[in-house]
Design a protein around this ligand. Structure first.
Ligand SMILES: Nc1nc2c(ncn2[C@@H]2O[C@H](COP(=O)(O)OP(=O)(O)O)[C@@H](O)[C@H]2O)c(=O)[nH]1
Ligand SMILES: [Mg+2]
Length: 325
């Protein structure tokens, strides 16, 4: 099938060829992608452009990361969650309500130009939240791209009183421009050059969502694709449930190790991906443990507390284990 590329496409391609900086190159490639007719005949070309964009941004990110130390935001705590979305949806106020950081909250758009990072306490762990500049803000692009592409979880923040479906779609488009798509079980994106991230919608300004109109519209539109949770950052509504959901969407678990005979310290768990085994826990604690491990004693997911289990035993959140070498 012929691609039927338009004059605008060739114009953007010409800009790409004469571009000198990564930002110019990415912008031109994104323009090529945007004006290209989307049909079977351009599938390959689309994937090819996305791969180019991903490659150039990765190279640029690496360069920035070495020249400007705080370009990549170092992951701290149990996981990194990026709050992304259009301007004025309450991202900064959410950060302020969930952590002890006090970012600038403003009734005008684009108030967040640089990252605000805070730690959100959840039970016995801390989860890192990154309040991102609005997804459509050019100055912050290379910086934001790197965080959005690498965060453990993307929280798409929308304002329920202002056509939240359109806002969520615009944010998803912004993400797709940098080749990021929400992870969906059973969908294989490996051939497309797209990067999958866990994602969900924080439906904010719930205090003003009269008759549930906004939240219902989101559920109808994204049913089965993206979950939405209604909260109010201003009125602190449903924030405890939000924290629980953030934790469960990170798909991690807490494992407590103790020495034989000692009391367990529940305040400093090892964080492992869901589904991890005794062997993974042993390796996380100390790499020497892996080969030398004879058995473990477990409280929690064993058949009974104090049961002896082997290296392949699959752990559960908040298990307590004793490793014997
Ligand atoms: N009524 C109400 N207003 C909110 C809520 N969250 C944020 N706002 C207001 O929305 C505006 C934008 O908030 P901000 O956090 O700066 O948005 P950001 O641009 O996404 O970081 C501010 O005036 C906030 O006070 C909420 O849950 N309810
Ligand atoms: Mg802000």
């Amino acid at each position: 099938m012929p691609a039927n590329l338009t004059p605008q496409y060739f114009e953007a391609e010409r800009r790409f060829k004469s571009a000198t900086t990564p930002e110019e190159k990415i912008q031109a490639l994104e323009a090529m992608l945007a004006v290209m007719p989307k049909h079977k005949g351009t599938d390959h070309l689309q994937a090819d452009l996305r791969r180019k964009i991903a490659k150039i941004s990765e190279e640029a990110e690496k360069k920035y990361a070495t020249s400007r130390k705080n370009f990549n935001i170092r992951r701290e705590g149990a996981g990194q969650v990026a709050l992304t979305g259009l301007p004025n949806t309450g991202k900064s106020l959410l950060l302020a309500s969930l952590t002890n950081v006090k970012p600038e909250v403003a009734a005008y758009p684009f108030s967040t130009k640089s990252p605000n990072v805070g730690m959100m306490p959840f039970e016995n762990i801390q989860i890192q939240l990154v309040d991102m500049p609005a997804i459509n803000m050019e100055e912050a692009r290379v910086w934001s791209n790197s965080v959005l592409r690498n965060a453990d979880l993307l929280a798409i923040v929308v304002d329920l009183t202002n056509d939240p479906v359109r806002q969520a779609e615009a944010t998803l488009e912004g993400l797709e421009e940098i080749s990021v798509v929400p992870y969906k079980p059973g969908v294989d994106n490996s051939a497309t050059g797209l990067r999958e991230r866990r994602a969900f919608i924080i439906a904010n300004v719930g205090d003003l969502d009269i008759d549930d109109e906004g939240i219902n519209a989101l559920h109808t539109r994204f049913n089965g694709r993206l979950d939405a949770i209604r909260v109010s950052a201003a009125e602190k509504q449903n924030l405890e449930e939000l924290k629980r959901q953030i934790f469960s969407r990170l798909n991690i678990m807490r494992v407590h190790t103790k020495s034989p005979g000692a009391k367990v310290d529940l305040s400093d768990p090892v964080i492992l991906p869901a589904g991890a085994t005794i062997k993974d826990a042993a390796e996380a604690v100390h790499k020497d443990f892996r080969s030398g491990l004879r058995y473990a004693v477990i409280w929690g997911s064993g058949k009974f507390d104090g049961q002896r289990v082997g290296a392949e035993h699959v752990l559960r959140d908040n298990d307590v284990i004793e490793l014997h070498v």
